[in-house]
Write a protein that binds this ligand. Structure first.
Ligand SMILES: Cc1ncc(COP(=O)(O)O)c(C=O)c1O
Length: 483
């Protein structure tokens, strides 16, 4: 539908903005009971829908026409604006939380977490410092502690919820770099350009973080280890590098558990051994797969994560919380505080009293932050970790089911046995265009959203399972479309 500007202007344009400030300045801050009721109804309707529609892709001109003129001097009736959102905009935002979403890394927030996210917004809950927000911070820290315990990190561990895995990786690598630099300074050594050991399967945000922090990468080729980063693969790369440029400039290593594209859990224990020998910072990117620790069948695969200097796990991925929330944990958060604390006289008050408790704002690259860990906290407290375990195990079971079915299909070949809930496969004889048509067809039918990926340069099918309401029948529909 098009937005009818003539009929919906709620305030007649009597004066220009310059001479209209005699109107009540807080007129937009009064709660309109109708608006409260109708928006809550809209939200309730969404929350109570048993299976949200996948929705679809957009035609830009249609969207642009629908919102044209919407923001002007005088505003419009909220019902008209809400209607544009509900009828035109919302259907073009693919539902990351649909149980039929099998691409990228989906999202499947619990209703408890979604509802509490509304509480965080409605109460403008910030989580900057103990001074201002002790109740929010202690609850966020309880949730962080639960994750740290699951990873086996020591009592000293602590951290902060940031906006996403990318922000968490960046903040952790800044601490790795500056901690190393400080040690060199203390030893009277000059500053040098630094490098970090990464796998060729590391998430793209790691390359971004290295570029922002002006660090180089020693990229370990994992072709011989089927995509897995191991201590011995690193040792081989180091031996080669020692002959070329030396390795004295390496300050950290990034392990991934598991990789985004293929769900591979790196061999953290053997990577950690080298990190300890060499005095490197060990960063574990578990943004997607950290929650796999909950699956007792897989916990041993994460051995060594408890030794990490920093670990990332994203609640907005497999910890069933809404966007945007990533847990960044440090073995020694005081190292992060030394690097990230912002120093300004108007902030002295939040730093003056040393209660021994750290301010979340001091532990990453940010200052003002919403208390975005609270939706996870509320949902963990309401449902208990056991419910999380069952939900994560369901995702892994679905991947196993899909992998077995694909292995039994003459038209397909499994690329590798899944470690976690990602399945990569080849549809024999298909071109890129065939994968695209498969994706388009399934979305048009609202059966699934799937996209292809690449494995070692080849276009392949990729399915990710994360939603606990995804059924085997839904997967069968996707696989049928491969025949
Ligand atoms: C392993 C890994 N690290 C980092 C990220 C980036 O996380 P975000 O999209 O929350 O910034 C992702 C995203 O999928 C990921 O899978």
């Amino acid at each position: 539908m098009a937005f009818d500007l003539q009929s919906s202007a709620s305030t007649p344009p009597a004066r220009s903005s310059a001479d209209s400030h005699d109107a009540a300045p807080d007129r937009m801050h009064h709660a309109d009971p109708e608006m409260v009721r109708e928006i809550l109804e809209y939200v309730a309707d969404r929350l109570l829908t048993p299976e949200v529609p996948l929705d679809g892709l957009a035609d830009r001109d249609h969207l642009a026409a629908a919102i044209s003129g919407l923001i002007d001097e005088h505003g419009h009736d909220f019902r008209d604006v809400l209607n544009v959102y509900a009828e035109v905009l919302a259907p073009t935002v693919l539902s990351a939380d649909s149980p039929r979403m099998f691409t990228f890394i989906p999202s499947a927030p619990t209703k408890a977490a979604l509802l509490f996210d509304m509480v965080v917004s409605a109460a403008s809950l910030q989580g900057i410092s103990w001074f201002e927000a002790a109740g929010a911070v202690i609850a966020e820290n309880q949730a962080l502690r639960a994750l740290a315990d699951i990873a086996g990190m020591p009592e000293s561990a602590g951290g902060v919820f940031v906006s996403g895995g990318s922000a968490a990786n960046l903040s952790a690598l800044v601490v790795a770099r500056d901690t190393w630099r400080r040690r060199r300074q203390q030893a009277g050594l000059p500053d040098i350009p630094l490098r970090v050991v990464v796998s060729d399967q590391a998430h793209s945000s790691i390359a971004n973080a290295l570029s922002i922090t002006m660090m180089g990468a020693l990229v370990v080729d994992t072709r011989e280890t089927d995509g897995l980063l191991t201590g011995s693969a690193i040792s081989r790369a180091l031996a080669r590098e020692e002959e070329v440029a030396g390795v004295a400039d390496i300050c950290a290593v990034v392990a991934t558990s598991g990789t985004t594209n293929a769900g591979i859990i790196d061999d953290i224990a053997s990577i950690g051994e080298i990190a300890r020998e060499r005095g490197w910072w060990l960063h574990v990117d578990g943004a997607y797969g950290g929650a796999g620790l909950l699956d007792p069948r897989l916990t041993p695969r994460y051995a060594g994560i408890e030794q990490a200097d920093s670990v990332v796990m994203d609640p907005h991925k497999w910890w069933f919380a809404p966007f945007d929330s990533a847990a960044l944990l440090y073995r020694d958060p005081r190292l992060a505080k030394a690097v990230h604390t912002q120093d300004a006289s108007y902030l002295d008050v939040i730093h003056e009293e040393d209660t021994g408790d750290l301010n979340p704002s001091d532990l990453a690259h940010h200052l003002t932050r919403r208390a975005r860990g609270l939706p996870l906290w509320f949902s963990l407290a309401v449902h208990g970790i056991g419910a999380y375990r069952d939900a994560v195990m369901h995702g892994n079971d679905l991947a196993r089911y899909a992998a077995d079915r694909i292995s039994g299909m003459d038209s397909c070949a499994l690329i590798r046995e899944p470690d976690l809930s990602v399945v990569l496969f080849r549809r024999l004889g298909w071109t890129d265009a065939d994968y695209e048509a498969w994706s388009r067809r399934l979305l048009e039918q609202q059966r699934a959203f799937v996209t292809s990926s690449k494995w070692r340069g080849e276009t392949v099918g990729r399915l990710v399972f994360l939603h606990p309401s995804t059924t085997r029948e839904m997967i069968d529909e996707v696989l049928e479309a491969l025949r």
